[in-house]
Design a protein around this ligand. Structure first.
Ligand SMILES: N[C@@H](CCC[C@H](N)C(=O)O)C(=O)O
Length: 283
């Protein structure tokens, strides 16, 4: 299987061009390639395909083989892949995902994509199907018990689920490996959840660490950063345009007041191209 290893501020995936041929068992292949000791090493697998309603399609699988609806860092890399490898010459593209069609603007430098701005769509509160209309929507923070402690979390769906928790201490000191898994498998989330632990630095800046559903701690999460920005506005903690520091780098997020959509801007990077022999039956 030919592949390209790419990352968006350290959130790394194995990308496969499926525009001509689909993979037989992407969930199983994701588990194999993601293994950091016996595989290629990644947070999961992303398939780039064709769509009859958008320029391209993206399918994402976490490292444990579970399928997610959307990936913010991944979709920027999809844009870089399709442009840099000549699948398109457009600098504005649409990508079909399980969370709907997303619209992307590509920044090209020396013939290659360096940065992408993505319209991530409207956030959804509490994973219900109710679009958020304004920051004055009723449900903001709810209590949850995990690991013998009570937490205040704000649930925001960006097509995939996020529980955002604001803390007062530097995020590097937070025991993420202890609490992350407890949220991921908490009975409150029948489909599991991604969890963001966030410290507000000022009204325009935050720092965040994330425990991702199906991939454990990652260096960054695009959808999680968008959910965090929305949660910060809902709780009156930040302005609508923020810079979020993650372990792997920074993302700029804007929750636009006029159209209600969240815009994410950040880099996309190619690491290397390769070819891997898959076990019999999966080729
Ligand atoms: N890292 C991603 C999100 C990947 C999917 C997530 N783990 C889920 O299961 O919802 C991002 O950048 O958004």
């Amino acid at each position: 299987m030919k592949f390209t290893k790419m990352h968006g501020i350290g959130n790394d995936y194995v990308y496969v061009d499926c525009t001509k041929k689909e993979l037989k068992d992407p969930a199983e292949i994701s588990k194999i390639v993601s293994d950091r000791h016996f595989g290629i090493g990644s947070d999961g697998l992303i398939l780039i395909g064709s769509s009859d309603r958008a320029d391209f399609r993206m399918n994402i699988y976490n490292a444990d083989g579970s399928q997610a609806e959307m990936c913010g860092n991944g979709i920027r890399c999809v844009a870089k892949y399709v442009y840099d490898y000549g699948l398109t010459d457009k600098d504005e593209i649409s990508v079909d995902t399980l969370a709907g069609i997303k619209y992307l603007k590509l920044t090209i430098e020396n013939g290659k994509v360096s940065k992408v701005r993505v319209n991530m769509g409207k956030p959804i509160l509490k994973a219900s199907e109710i679009p958020v209309k304004a920051e004055k929507e009723p449900v903001v923070a709810e209590a949850i018990e995990a690991g013998g402690r009570e937490w205040k979390m704000t649930c925001v769906s960006m097509g995939n689920p996020h529980a955002v928790i604001f803390i007062d201490t530097p995020v590097k000191e937070f025991p993420l490996e202890t609490y992350g898994p407890l949220f991921e498998s908490h009975e409150r989330f029948p489909k599991r959840t991604n969890t963001e632990f966030v410290r507000v630095l000022d009204r325009k800046t935050m720092e965040m660490r994330v425990w991702e559903r199906g991939s454990a701690e990652t260096l960054a999460c695009g959808t999680g950063t968008c959910a965090t920005a929305v949660a910060a506005v809902l709780n009156g903690l930040c302005d609508r345009s923020v810079l979020v520091h993650l372990l792997g780098g920074d993302l700029e997020i804007e929750w636009n007041e006029e159209d209600g959509c969240v815009y994410m801007t950040g880099p996309a990077t190619t690491v290397f191209d390769g070819e891997i022999t898959l076990p019999e039956g999966l080729e």
